[in-house]
Design a protein around this ligand. Sequence first.
Ligand code: ADP
Ligand code: MN
Ligand code: MN
Ligand code: MN
Length: 333
Amino acid sequence: MNAIKAEYIWLDGTEPSPLMRSKTKILPEGTEPPVWGFDGSSTNQAPGGASDCVLQPVFSVPDPLRGEPHLLVLCEVLTTEMDPHPSNTRALCREVAEKFASHDPLFGLEQEYTFMRQDGTPLGFPTSGYPAPQGPYYCGVGGSQVFGREIVETHLDMCLEAGLSLSGINAEVMPGQWEFQVGPLGPVEVADQLMLARWLLCRIAEEYKCDATFEPKPAKGDWNGAGCHSNFSTGQMRESYDACIAACEALGKNAMEHVKNYGHGIEDRLTGAHETQRWDTFSYGVSDRGASIRIPWQVKRDGKGYIEDRRPNANCDPYVVTRLITNTVCSAI
Ligand code: ADP
Ligand code: MN
Ligand code: MN
Ligand code: MN
């Protein structure tokens, strides 16, 4: 028998930022992953006296690490009454996506992250002190500019093998910092794929004895933070520049609700320096990397397209981000 190793992956209840968890279920060949369970008292999702939580498979892909016929199985967490668990932000995202499906919302998420050595220093930093200042690292080439490329290439290959819609990768402004992009896809689909891509990244980094962290400000001082720029369009925005502007205006009216749900520690990253707008200020502009929302130059030229919400942190919950943007913009335009 060719048993299937199904890696069930879910988001836990850790505050202020949930962690990814996973465990393996052996399935007979040819079977679909069934509902499963776990000990919620070990994941901040239940008290010890009533510890059972339910894993509901929602999105499965071929496992590029273990190979055929093994699977990665993304799950929603349910209570034993089979209702969405309070930590289950995907369920709320689904509702909003269904409500506004006729707007055809699409997202491209730019996930930035940083490789950290086991001693807690960023890959590419000397073990004490600092490397040369920022400048040559972004999209750089060469051994003194680029750190961790082997992990990044492996991750890209594995994401593609799993069938995830990555649209690109690049080295970032701080040494050891990188980015991959997922999408464009719908609000739930893009977040599902981002979760699996994050999990694969952390899992592959294990093999290199380092951590991929989504900390929004992994090095204090004059070093760029890590975000998750969220590119967004509706069918209407893909046809009309006025609709793109209306989307920016709608986001401006609801700015604080978004910022406070875009990931823990956002005030430390959105300082107004390092290609950010301040967290307590809202602005939008064409080509403006110091704005909350950037309108790409081609969008202005073509008179249609999409907008880039630059505020979400690297450690954001993507289901929260896509739900809020979809709800705010689609309710208004
Ligand atoms: P940046 O110039 O900000 O670094 P990237 O190239 O890293 O931009 O990311 C742009 C993302 O926007 C990509 O994931 C791309 O697929 C996505 N994108 C492109 N067109 C649209 C669209 N119409 N709606 C939503 N996302 C889009
Ligand atoms: Mn980018
Ligand atoms: Mn970037
Ligand atoms: Mn960007």
